[in-house]
Design a binder for this molecule. Structure first.
Ligand code: TYD
Ligand code: MG
Length: 461
């Protein structure tokens, strides 16, 4: 008998390799290959498994003759969740919701599914991580002791599919996809092959029955969904929880949405009775300093449709022979680049210093508009001088030292003015043309280069 041949699967991209390598040959990520056997079904039926789930075969028709039916949406009644979903759960849609353990995925979904059940929809909550009793305990805690949500504690795919077929719920939660396994596959539960194949089956079921399926997935330290980042392309909507489990605030960000805008965020506070939406979140990520402190600069970031004020903190301290550059909530490579620009164009050197940068409150800022605030916070820490009270800054900084405009700069400035900020250093192209009432009380300094921004700040000392 031929020996089973081992293969290695990348936990980042799902790429495969016949032998172990330090670096994935497909996506070049390091240390992501894990051992997992070839799945016969995956080999024979490659196109039948994942890809067929996306659209059934039918006749070829010109676009104009295809009816553009609008999606049937079911709002959950939780406004902040509906906002990231683009208006509610879509019939036959598949949502992947990821986040660190303990951040509130199960809590939010139980709240959502209970609201839908109460509005008359048939629902199903499949729990593989917790027992029925644990889910019941959570519902009591949420103040929903009379919840009618049907709960199925099950991890075997075939049984879950069978229940979905027989009950035909409007929405089903799979908590979590990593616990689900199929008998048809030989690889271990939780392996990439299992997770991918199970998700593909569930996706196909959603499309053929019209059931909305929500898959819960865990995030690893690196921020990727454990193993199956491959799931992202299969589903319609990908939501990630962000936030510090130590603070009460949680952000949900849509990073992919076939039925709505991406990068839209929902803001929640974790309370004794579950997650509550925060409808006016712009100022929650500011730490409250009585007086300005060195190394702190507030920026306005634009998340989806709404501006958020976030404090960027920097600490520059003398380091050892190989100084460290660390960032939390911001890109570390970008930090290294900004330090180089700071040195070259503004004459501020941190060569022998440790540099730590943090976006307060566990928010992740991926937009380059944070550059200027990061650089001003670093300079402020290095000089030991706080920025003035009520100071904000935003703008992308390029390698040549130029300060580039941020999208919808005026909206950002309006939000800062509304919250009582007094001084703003912003890219020239973002400065309002005339004296506009909306910016009253805010002195705006437009800058074109990083040197100029430094000069303005020194002038404000
Ligand atoms: P949970 O939804 O179990 O997280 P996940 O499914 O993402 O792993 O949330 C767990 C945390 O939330 C837990 O530490 C307890 C806390 N919590 C509250 O503070 N209030 C509540 O009403 C509930 C249900 C949980
Ligand atoms: Mg959970």
């Amino acid at each position: 008998m031929a020996k089973d041949k081992s293969i290695f699967t990348c936990t980042e991209c799902g790429g495969i390799s016949a032998r172990w390598m330090g670096k994935c040959p497909s996506c070049n990520a390091w240390n992501t290959l894990i051992e997992g056997r070839t799945e016969p079904t995956a080999g024979k039926n490659r196109f039948g498994s994942v890809h067929a789930s996306l659209a059934p075969t039918s006749e070829v028709l010109p676009l104009a003759q295809i009816e553009a039916a609008d999606f049937e949406r079911h709002p959950t009644g939780i406004d902040e969740l509906d906002r990231v979903l683009g208006g509610g759960m879509v019939e036959g849609g598949v949502v992947l919701i990821g986040g660190d353990p303990g951040i509130g995925k199960s809590t939010l979904l139980l709240q959502a599914v209970d609201a839908l059940q109460r509005s008359g929809m048939n629902t199903l909550y499949v729990t593989g991580e917790e027992s029925g009793a644990q889910v019941a305990m959570r519902s009591r805690r949420l103040g929903l002791p009379d919840s009618e949500v049907p709960v199925l504690p099950e991890i075997q795919l075939e049984k879950i599919l069978h229940t979905l077929q027989s009950r035909q719920p409007g929405i089903a939660i799979i908590d979590s996809i990593q616990t689900v396994y199929s008998d048809q596959l030989t690889s271990a539960p939780g392996s990439v092959a299992q997770v991918r194949e199970c998700a593909a089956h569930l996706t196909r079921t959603a499309k053929s029955t019209g059931t909305t399926i929500v898959l819960v997935g865990h995030v690893t330290k690196e921020g990727a969904l454990a193993g199956p980042r491959v799931l992202e392309h299969m589903v319609d909507t990908v939501l990630y929880f962000e936030g510090d489990t130590h603070s009460n605030f949680r952000l949900i960000r849509a990073i992919k949405n076939r039925f709505g805008a991406v990068n839209e965020i929902g803001v929640f506070a974790m309370t004794e009775k579950g997650l509550k939406g925060v409808s006016n979140p712009s100022a929650i990520f500011l730490s409250q300093h009585a007086e300005p402190v060195p190394g702190s600069c507030v920026m306005v970031t634009l998340e989806g449709t709404r501006p958020l004020l976030v404090e960027i903190q920097a600490l520059v301290d003398s380091g050892g022979p190989s100084p460290r550059r660390l960032s939390v909530g911001l890109d570390r490579d970008r930090l290294a680049m900004l330090l180089a620009v700071l040195h070259r164009h503004a004459g501020v050197g941190c060569m022998d210093q440790d540099v730590f940068v943090n976006a307060v409150g566990g928010v992740r800022i991926s937009e380059p508009a944070a550059d200027l605030a990061v650089m001003l916070a670093i300079t402020s820490s290095l000089r030991g001088k706080p920025l003035p009270k009520g100071f904000i800054a935003f703008g992308e900084v390029g390698l040549a030292g130029e300060v580039r405009p941020a999208s919808r700069g005026q909206d950002r400035l309006k939000e800062a003015a509304k919250l009582g900020f007094k001084v703003a250093v912003v890219p020239k192209a973002n400065a309002p043309k005339k004296n506009d009432k909306a910016f009253e009380g805010l002195t705006i300094y437009p800058v074109e280069r990083i040197e100029e921004a430094m000069q303005v700040v020194r002038g404000l000392d």
